[in-house]
Design a protein around this ligand. Structure first.
Ligand code: OSB
Ligand code: MG
Length: 376
């Protein structure tokens, strides 16, 4: 496939309900979408970087910069056979993994269309449906949180994850367990604690949580290993795992017993599959995390989740939990038993609602082959 042009566009979409983590509250998403125009199919990718550099160093604006200046020019005019050819072309650029992932995943989408196969099969997926959980943000009151949990339990979701931080943890877990002693329940701290709170974190053990996600620093393995020795609750790393080497290191050090794979956080589908393979060999179960994606990102998450080692319910949930109208057709739906069916059509398996996307677009730029590569 010859890469003829790459379109960057920003769309803005209000969330149906605010989403709050230990690092802040989001009410509206600014999302960077990428279209890779080849001499064959057109591939789409979604950049999962947030509006601000609070989850990781990247934001929608740093991703735009990295793609416009470096990643786009590294691809334009080139012939690439497959999505997995992209990392080598991007290797010169350090970091900017969410930016890289957005472009690489669009090539995977184009490749799958060209080969007339669903993306999930191209990735080596074997599951025809994926198990779904939900991530529920910090609310204004515990009552509001309990109501939200009730809605999601009734909708069939197989695992409930609640965001936590100092002041919104053990009392909240106690109220949840009082009402639902048996549900699969986990928590996500997004790095809200330090080792000085070890005694406090030990109190989490009484609630039979499936895991505690990224309790300590976003870039740490060593102190998580120290903490894991003190807890019976399994630690799951999210932020800290950037690639397959991190996953291997975390497994060897005992920093965690579960890993959350996010396609964007590890730099695209090629690395996500590699992290999957490393964890599978190490006996560490994985699940697919989410970043409040619109439909295109959601479709890539679904494809990844069909791989064998994704046996824990992930954070990939129905479009309607976040959006009044999603940008793909059909929207992502979850069965009453809590599963999403892998699509059967080629590529990402969900059509793009181009008119809606056009309406939501607030800026757009097309890079064409022949442009100069920054740094050359
Ligand atoms: O840590 O998993 C996280 C959303 C934004 C940033 C970080 C995280 C999250 C979520 C949302 O938990 C999961 C979803 O998209 O449903
Ligand atoms: Mg997380």
């Amino acid at each position: 496939m010859r890469i003829e042009a790459i379109t960057l566009r920003e769309i803005q979409m209000p969330l149906v309900h605010f989403f709050e983590t230990s690092f802040g509250r989001t009410t509206e998403r600014r999302i960077l979408l990428i279209t890779v125009h080849t001499d064959g199919p057109e591939g789409w990718g979604e950049c999962v970087a947030g509006e601000d550099p609070f989850y990781s160093e990247e934001s929608i604006d740093t991703a735009w910069y990295a793609i416009e200046r470096y990643l786009g020019p590294a691809l334009l005019g080139k012939s690439v056979e497959k999505g997995s050819d992209a990392p080598a072309l991007f290797a010169r650029v350090r970091g900017h993994r969410m930016a890289k992932g957005a472009v690489e995943n669009a090539i995977w989408d184009a490749e799958a269309q060209l080969r007339q196969t669903p993306l999930w099969k191209l990735l080596g997926g074997t599951r025809e449906s994926i198990a779904c959980g939900v991530s529920i943000g910090i609310q204004n009151s515990v009552e509001q949180l309990l109501e939200k949990i009730e809605t999601e339990v009734n909708a069939g979701y197989q695992r409930i994850k609640v965001k936590c931080k100092p002041g919104w943890d053990v009392e909240v877990f106690a109220r949840i367990r009082e009402r639902w002693p048996k549900i699969l329940l986990s928590c996500d701290a997004n790095s809200a604690y330090t080792l000085e709170q070890m005694e406090h974190l030990k109190k989490f053990d009484q609630f039979n949580l499936l895991m505690i996600e990224q309790p300590l620093w976003h870039d740490d393995f060593y102190f998580h290993a120290r903490l894991q020795k003190q807890l019976t609750t399994k630690i799951c790393l999210d932020e800290a795992i950037r690639n397959r080497r991190d996953a291997a290191a975390a497994a060897e050090l005992g920093s965690c017993k579960i890993i959350n794979i996010k396609v964007g956080r590890v730099g695209g589908l090629t690395e996500a599959v590699a992290v999957h393979d490393v964890t599978h060999r190490a006996g560490i179960p994985v699940w697919c995390g989410g970043m409040l994606e619109a439909g295109i990102g959601r479709s890539h998450n679904i494809a990844l989740s069909t791989l064998q080692n994704f046996w824990l319910p992930g954070d990939v949930s129905a479009s309607k939990r976040y959006w009044k109208e999603d940008v793909i057709d059909p929207a992502v739906e979850v069965s009453p038993e809590g599963f999403i069916k892998a699509p059967t059509t080629p590529g990402r398996g969900f059509a793009i609602k181009t008119e809606l996307i056009e309406k939501l677009t607030t800026r757009k730029q097309t890079l064409r082959s022949g442009a100069k590569t920054a740094g050359d």
